[in-house]
Write a protein that binds this ligand. Structure first.
Ligand code: ADP
Length: 369
């Protein structure tokens, strides 16, 4: 297994489109790192450059410390699993698994051993003689993984491998991949646009937007300390609430006032200097749905401020309820325990957890403080 390192890797396509603007990150030996971001942000391009399927325009790629920019794909010893796993329909599972080994002229006995071991790991022993169309979607996806597995590559590159599967199967395969990673101790780079998949699989996430890395961190660090509004909005579902307004001085402290709306949120005493510097300036307040509670209902300990909004829509999910409430300018989503609630159109008193507020620069969108 191997370490992957990128230094200022850049990709400009033939038409002049800059798909990746200088990406620097590494995947340690045995680590599973997830590249995550919306469609078109450059995830696949990065993966394809590591695989050698796409030329690196500038910057350096190192595999195990060796510069690999000009190493042909077949000599990189990386295996890629795609979203559209093209299994050969006329071949059995065993032959599909062995195909890459056959191409590379591995001895027959070695092929058999490797296929068997991969089938064992992936729970495919009972279906080795079947053709792909006789398999479930999940089994087909496992065969696709198996074809990478039998090669015992230095690095696994997985490009949205689960996005063709239905929701339930995706969750199941997600845990299978996590287990597989633990069991193999393999170096893996996993691409997805699905932030839940990213959060649950990766020990570290690389968040991309428009070809630029926004933040590299552990899932919970991204969740609690997003560096900007984009990351704050992208990680977490339902997304963080954002309210535009100003920071003003009030009664000896700082207070956030919604622009053109009634929300007023006092900043707890002793704010960081970075935030104080934004006094009398436009900022964006961010608050996660679980940091809003129904006043008078069950809530977390800690300082809160109350705000009266109008209840809009209630979505009961069983273990929790999503409550959509609005000010004249703004909709906020609260994630609260099941409890009696006013009717839609009635006033709703929300308690905002003051120790959980996020603030962003209104122009640069960078996190403040
Ligand atoms: P993602 O995997 O995050 O969806 P991609 O890496 O596939 O994004 O693409 C990044 C950007 O590069 C997109 O804007 C895409 O349209 C563009 N792109 C991808 N391949 C090519 C190509 N061969 N030529 C020109 N532009 C491309």
């Amino acid at each position: 297994m191997a370490e992957v390192r990128l230094e200022e890797v850049r990709k400009v396509y033939g038409n002049g489109h800059v798909a990746v603007h200088g990406a620097t990150f590494s995947v340690d030996e045995g680590e599973l790192v997830v590249l995550v971001g919306p469609s078109g942000c450059g995830k696949s391009t990065l993966l394809r450059m590591i695989a050698g399927l796409e030329r690196i325009t500038a910057g350096q790629l190192f595999l195990d410390g060796q510069r690999a920019n000009d190493v042909p794909p077949r000599d990189r010893d990386v295996a890629m699993v795609f979203q559209h796993h093209a299994l050969y329909p006329h071949m059995t599972v065993a032959d599909n698994l062995a195909f890459g080994l056959k191409l590379r002229r591995y001895p027959k006995a070695e092929q058999r051993v490797r296929v068997r071991r991969a089938a064992e790991v992936l729970g495919l022993l009972d279906v080795l003689d079947r053709k792909p169309q006789q398999l479930s979607g999940g089994q087909q996806q496992r065969v696709a993984l198996g074809r990478a597995l039998v090669r015992k590559p230095r690095v696994f590159l997985l490009d949205e491998p689960l996005s063709n599967l239905d929701a339930r199967l995706r969750v199941q395969m997600r845990t299978e991949i996590a287990r597989l990673h633990r069991r193999l101790g393999a170096t893996m780079l996993y691409v997805t646009h699905d932030q839940v998949e990213a959060m649950t699989l990766g020990r570290r996430l690389v968040v991309l937007r428009d070809g630029r890395i926004q933040q590299i961190d552990a899932p919970l660090a991204l969740y609690h300390h997003p560096v900007n509004r984009f990351v704050a909005a992208f990680i977490g579902s339902p997304a963080m609430n954002f309210v535009e307004g100003r920071l003003v001085r009030e009664g000896g402290g700082l207070c956030f006032r919604e622009a053109g709306g009634p929300l007023a949120v006092p900043v707890p005493p002793g704010p960081p200097a970075g935030l104080v510097a934004y006094t009398d300036r436009a900022v964006v307040l961010g608050i996660r749905p679980e940091d809003l509670a129904v006043a008078g209902g069950p809530q977390r300990a800690g300082p809160t401020a109350e705000a009266t909004l109008t209840l809009d829509v209630v979505e009961p999910l069983g273990n929790e309820v999503l409550v959509y409430a609005r000010t004249p300018r703004q909709q906020l989503i609260a994630r609260v325990p099941p409890q009696p609630l006013p009717a839609p159109g009635e006033p709703l008193h929300l308690a905002l957890a003051l120790d959980r507020l996020h603030f962003f620069d209104a122009e640069t969108e960078e996190a403040i403080g």
